[in-house]
Design a protein around this ligand. Structure first.
Ligand SMILES: Nc1ncnc2c1ncn2[C@@H]1O[C@H](COP(=O)(O)OP(=O)(O)OP(=O)(O)O)[C@@H](O)[C@H]1O
Length: 646
């Protein structure tokens, strides 16, 4: 349903009113800015009156014997005084205008700073579910362009509008006092100008909205193409991406051009109306003078006032635009600020302390969209220090299970307990501080390696950082770099290999020393040496921690205390390697098809597959089997190249 105008108007006023509380912190500055606005307006509008008084009192008419005007006699003292007063008012006006601009800019920048921080704080708090849905480019555009529109509203729109209203009021009152007939004639153009301004701004408003929306899309396209530059290049789709961006940029240029055209068309019309108004005022004023009901200097005062009014009244449309843009921006910005996290902390939640690491899933079900279940009836009892390996085909729900433990998402049914406490009863911060996560796609921040390792513990000493790096088997590599721990890693750590990044992530988690660990072991295949180092790092990492591992490597799976086999969101098998290998089922199939191949490719001996009744049976040869390296050679190679990290 299309909202009716009053409804829409009411909604827009509400957005505008929601912006005003941001002024609270800068109340003093805002009042001072207003005083400057009033002074600047008053000084400008009083100047024509000073000229009138200077003429009235400084120049006396000289008449002949018949009373005819033959000249003017100047009172030097009064004229100098008048001129000095005009100069003094101009200086005072300049000072007030400076104050208004300076304070307006300060308030605008401060409010923009506060709003950006509010947006950023909220974005940090929002759950994964929110970030799954919202595009980064849209968020970026709101945090930059839309906040900029609000800044302009505070630094310019609000104060300039007051200034314009003040100037209009002073001149209307002044004109009416001097001569109400000429005043009424001079006001003829005001409603026409106001009408034009409103019509133009109403035409421009939807265009500004489109421009803002398109700006967000353009940012999104650029962000996506730059983040995925490797994929773009790999598929030779540079031209396609360039065209996609060029189309959006063209749309932006067209829209901006159309908006500029409307404004440009409007300007000559406004100028014409203003010129016609001055002609009318001078004409009618002269007629009044000829009839003796007005003095010539009053016509001059009227003309000066009209001139002074021209510019601000003509910018009324621009001001209305600033406000209209600020309103649509406020709507978009408040959408970000108001966004509620799907994962909420309970009032009175307690901090999770002295964690032993007993993690229990009790009949847990989960759905991303509340429609189709992704997990159903999951029961897991992970005793402190146990390693739980999650195994299953792609899309079976392994990542979803581990994402529920730190409450990246909340369970739809059932509950998860840590040391007997429902994780929804503890503070989110304390919960996550006790869980270490090494993700598949390791993200390194732009900064030094030291900063990246110490990310979860910024006050860690160099000694602690090095200890973690040694345990993660990455220390030797770091010190071999030209700047060692001060080496800069670029966006997503592009200067490092996947295996190196993963070991840095392990060091980062080791430093945090969590009791519960989540490890996504599905890194793309790595060479033998890296594989060996990661295994060693992993052993260090898992020591004494309850570990949930999304397992891709046989070694990890075989060492696990419990192997949970998932299929389409349900647990279909559970047990140790020895137990599961005895059973017909998915585990044995995965083992035969994938895991065993990996190990053999790396040159490691694998336990024989017992056939039914315990008899050994030949393993089927499947996809991409490579010639196995002798186990001993692989190990020596790995150890020799690693040079011993610890
Ligand atoms: N953020 C999300 N929003 C909606 N659906 C999702 C989301 N993440 C995963 N899914 C869906 O949930 C199901 C389980 O996905 P999940 O990532 O947990 O599987 P997985 O076993 O870890 O798979 P893989 O081994 O490929 O990583 C899949 O059908 C997937 O499409």
């Amino acid at each position: 349903m299309i909202p009716s105008f009053p409804e829409e108007g009411h909604r827009r006023v509400r957005w505008l009113l929601r912006l005003l509380p941001y002024l609270k912190a800068y109340r003093g500055q805002f009042i001072l800015a207003w005083v400057c606005v009033i002074l600047a307006g008053a000084f400008v509008m009083i100047s024509p009156l000073l000229i009138k008084f200077a003429i009235d009192f400084g120049l006396q008419p000289v008449r002949d014997a018949n009373g005819r005007l033959i000249g003017l006699e100047g009172n030097e003292r009064l004229l100098i005084l008048g001129a000095s007063a005009i100069v003094a008012f101009a200086i005072a006006r300049g000072a007030a205008a400076f104050g208004q601009q300076y304070l307006g800019e300060t308030i605008g920048q401060n409010v923009a700073y506060d709003i950006r921080n509010r947006i950023y704080d909220n974005l940090q708090r929002l759950s994964f579910a929110y970030h799954d849905k919202v595009q980064t480019g849209q968020i970026m555009s709101r945090a930059t362009q839309d906040v900029e529109n609000i800044r302009i509203f505070f630094s310019m729109g609000l104060l300039r509008l007051s200034y314009i209203i003040l100037m209009i009021l002073i001149s209307i009152v002044g004109m009416l006092v001097i001569n109400w007939q000429l005043a009424l004639v001079s006001f003829i153009s005001l409603p026409i100008l106001a009408w034009r301004s409103i019509v133009t701004s109403r035409r421009l408003r939807p265009m500004w909205l489109q421009i803002q929306q398109n700006q967000a899309e353009m940012t999104q396209i650029a962000e996506e193409a730059l983040t995925g530059i490797r994929v773009v290049k790999a598929f030779a789709r540079e031209d396609y991406e360039s065209k996609k961006f060029a189309d959006a940029a063209k749309r932006q240029a067209d829209l901006s051009y159309q908006a500029a055209l409307i404004q440009a068309n409007n300007q000559p019309l406004l100028q014409g109306i203003s010129a016609a108004q001055i002609a009318l005022t001078v004409g009618f004023g002269s007629w009044l003078v000829s009839r003796g009901s007005l003095q010539a200097q009053d016509v001059l005062t009227f003309t000066l006032w009209l001139n002074l009014l021209q510019l601000p009244v003509r910018t009324l449309g621009f001001m209305i635009n600033i406000i209209a843009r600020a309103i649509s921006s406020a709507e978009r910005v408040f959408e970000l600020i108001d966004a509620q996290s799907a994962v909420q902390e309970k009032p009175g939640a307690i901090p999770l302390t002295d964690v032993k690491g007993h993690v229990v899933f009790e009949n847990v079900s989960f759905s991303y969209d509340n429609l189709s279940p992704v997990l159903s009836g999951i029961n897991i009892d992970a005793k402190p220090g146990q390693v739980i390996a999650l195994l299953g085909p792609t899309g079976s729900g392994k990542s979803t299970i581990v994402n529920l433990i730190p409450r990246f998402y909340d369970v739809t049914e059932g509950r998860i307990l840590i040391d007997g406490i429902d994780i929804r009863d503890v503070t989110i911060d304390s919960l996550r501080r006790n869980i270490g996560i090494v993700q598949q796609d390791v993200f390194l921040f732009i900064g030094t390696i030291r900063d990246n390792i110490a990310y979860g513990k910024p006050d860690a000493s160099q000694e602690e950082i090095e200890r973690a790096a040694k345990a993660a088997r990455i220390h030797d590599f770091i010190v071999s770099l030209p700047y060692g721990y001060d080496e800069w890693v670029g966006e997503r750590g592009v200067t490092l290999s996947g295996g190196q990044k993963q070991r840095i992530a392990i060091a980062r988690t080791l430093l945090l020393d969590p009791k519960i660990l989540i490890f996504d072991d599905s890194t793309a295949s790595v060479d033998t040496q890296t594989e060996f180092l990661i295994q060693q790092a992993l052993q260090e990492l898992m020591k004494g921690r309850t570990t949930f591992v999304i397992a891709q490597r046989l070694r990890t799976v075989m060492r696990a205390d419990q192997i949970i086999v998932l299929d389409r969101g349900r647990i279909i098998q559970r047990g140790t390697h020895q137990e599961l290998i005895q059973q017909e089922g998915l585990y044995r199939r995965i083992f035969e098809l994938e895991l065993k191949d990996q190990e053999e490719a790396l040159g490691r001996p694998v336990a024989p597959v017992p056939g039914p009744g315990g008899a050994e049976r030949p393993r089927p040869r499947v996809r991409g089997e490579s010639e196995a390296l002798p186990a001993e050679r692989a190990r020596l190679l790995a150890e020799g190249q690693a040079g011993g990290g610890a």
